[in-house]
Each structure stands twice: as structure tokens, then as C-alpha cells.
Ligand binder design. Structure first.
Ligand SMILES: C[S@@+](CC[C@H](N)C(=O)[O-])C[C@H]1O[C@@H](n2cnc3c(N)ncnc32)[C@H](O)[C@@H]1O
Length: 265
């Protein structure tokens, strides 16, 4: 169990709530980790064990809707799986795209979910280590790696390259960080560049493609993602509609990633 908290009172409240919930449901967590959510990325640290056996391994395998993912509580701030994306992974499996482009792929959870539904996948992330964990997620699900590409590169360089090669995709995941430094020290800022990213993604989208637009930036809500998507559609002279995955009972309204699926005509 991983609890994220913004201050000590929130942590203690969550731990007490967890205890009550365990009594009510009969669910018994074997270990509980707590992770401080700082305002600045630079202050991010690994989760701390607050209950359970300190000698037990920090890595484990979890199962979500029959798909296995590796998680690790000792490698840094993120453990390997964003649970607030589970309904979007379920939607992706339902779409069953033939070709998936997973940008900002991290540990490739969307790629593994789509591959199990028959997709060939291209996963792009600056971090080679995260892509290695992505390959491990494929192996955990007995998915062969052939037919799947893992590109350790900057999404902003890869998208135009894929377009020049005439590649296109039936589903595209756009889940960028709020800020990052890409190839040649290029700065990424989601608030300023989400429109350009959408435009580049539409350039490699097949007719009828689904594009997931997602952000954790607290200054962008779902309405602003939809505005950016509408503008990108207008520029590309395309039509489309929006789909929202169902709300999550364990994430208060407005918490977790803000997401919307754009379905191209
Ligand atoms: C929010 S995580 C993505 C989470 C992922 N969609 C998931 O559900 O597991 C952001 C990822 O973007 C990667 N990243 C940041 N800037 C990038 C860039 N310019 N090009 C490629 N990857 C980038 C980071 O290494 C990180 O793994």
C-alpha cells in the first residue's frame, strides 16, 4: 500500500483511514509506504516504509485487470505504475488498436496493456532505465519483444521523424510531465507546448485514431486539455469527439491525472 501525503496531518489521517478501511473490508496490507508530495520536483524522494517487514524486498509484482506490472519502492519517487491511469488502460485494451504509439512511456504500462490486446507498440521515453522496466513488464506478461520498439529518445524529435517516414498509429498516448529537459537541453513546459504536441501527434494519427491527452499539471484541467485538442483539430481541419474514462472512487475530484480521449473522425 502506498500513501501520498502533503503534510503530516494528511499522512496521519490517511493511515487512520487505511486502518478503518482494512477493518471494514477485511483487506490486510502486508506493508505500507508513505510518500511526501513536495511542491518542487527537486524535493521528491523515495517512499518510506511506515508499517510492515523492513527486511522484505522493495520490489514486487502487482496485477491490474489480469495484467502484471513490476513496482519498486526503492528506486525513487515513482514506483513504476500510475494507478490513476487504470481506467484509461482499460479503455485502451477495449479499443484494441493495431498500432500504438506510447509517448512519455515511462515503464510502458499502456504498451503492455495494448500489446496484450494484440497491438504492435512503439514506446518512447528519454529514460533508458524506464524503458528497460517496460521490457520487463512485457516479459512479466509473457509478451514477446519482437514487433515492439522501445526508443530512448526525445518525443519532440521522434514525432516528426515518424511523420516523415509515413508511420501512423490507431492509438497514441500523450502523458507528458509538467516540465523536463530533453535532447540538447531543450526545455519542455506542458502549459506552453501541449498544443504543439497535439499537433505533432495528429500528424502520425491514422483516420479514426484515439489520442489520450493527460497531465498532472495542476494549472491544466480537463477543459483546458479539450480546448487545446479542439484547436489542434481545427488547425488540421479534422473532426473529432471526446471520451472521458469513469471517475475513480479512490481519487478525490480534481486529484490525480486530468485526462481526456480525443477520437478522430
Ligand atoms: C508522467 S511520466 C509518464 C507516465 C506514463 N504515461 C505511465 O502512465 O506510466 C513522464 C515520462 O516522460 C519522460 N520524459 C520527459 N520528457 C521527455 C521527452 N522530452 N521525451 C521523452 N520522454 C520524456 C520521463 O522520463 C518520464 O518517464
Amino acid at each position: 500500500m502506498l500513501i501520498s501525503f502533503k503534510d503530516d496531518a494528511a499522512r496521519d489521517g490517511a493511515l487512520a483511514g487505511l486502518h478503518d478501511w482494512e477493518v471494514r473490508t477485511g483487506f490486510q496490507s502486508t506493508r505500507v509506504f508513505a510518500r511526501f508530495l513536495p511542491r518542487q520536483n527537486a524535493e521528491r524522494g523515495a517512499p518510506m516504509l511506515v508499517a510492515g517487514d523492513p527486511a522484505a524486498p522493495l520490489s514486487s509484482v502487482v496485477t491490474e485487470a489480469g495484467v502484471r506490472y513490476g513496482v519498486h519502492f526503492g528506486t525513487g519517487y515513482s514506483s513504476g505504475l500510475f494507478v490513476d491511469q487504470r481506467e484509461n488502460r482499460a479503455h485502451l485494451r477495449g479499443i484494441a488498436p493495431k498500432r500504438l504509439l506510447n509517448t512519455f512511456a515511462y515503464t510502458c504500462s499502456f504498451s503492455a496493456a495494448a500489446a496484450l490486446a494484440g497491438a504492435t507498440t512503439v514506446s518512447v521515453d528519454l529514460s533508458k532505465k524506464s524503458l528497460d522496466r517496460g521490457r520487463e513488464n512485457f516479459l512479466l506478461n509473457r509478451l514477446p519483444l519482437d514487433g515492439h520498439r522501445f526508443l530512448a529518445d526525445d518525443v519532440l524529435d521522434v514525432l516528426p521523424r515518424l511523420e516523415r517516414r509515413g508511420e501512423n498509429f490507431d492509438a497514441i498516448i500523450l502523458d507528458p510531465p509538467t516540465f523536463s529537459l530533453g535532447n540538447r537541453g531543450r526545455r519542455w513546459n506542458v502549459e506552453e507546448q501541449i498544443g504543439d504536441l497535439l499537433h505533432a501527434a495528429i500528424g502520425v494519427a491514422a483516420p479514426g485514431a484515439w489520442i489520450l491527452v493527460s497531465t498532472n499539471c495542476t494549472r491544466l484541467d480537463r477543459a483546458s486539455l479539450e480546448r487545446a485538442a479542439r484547436f489542434a483539430l481545427k488547425t488540421a481541419r479534422l473532426g473529432g469527439s471526446f471520451f472521458h474514462a469513469p471517475p475513480l472512487p479512490d481519487f478525490p475530484h480534481g486529484e490525480g491525472a486530468q485526462t481526456v480521449w480525443l477520437h478522430l473522425k
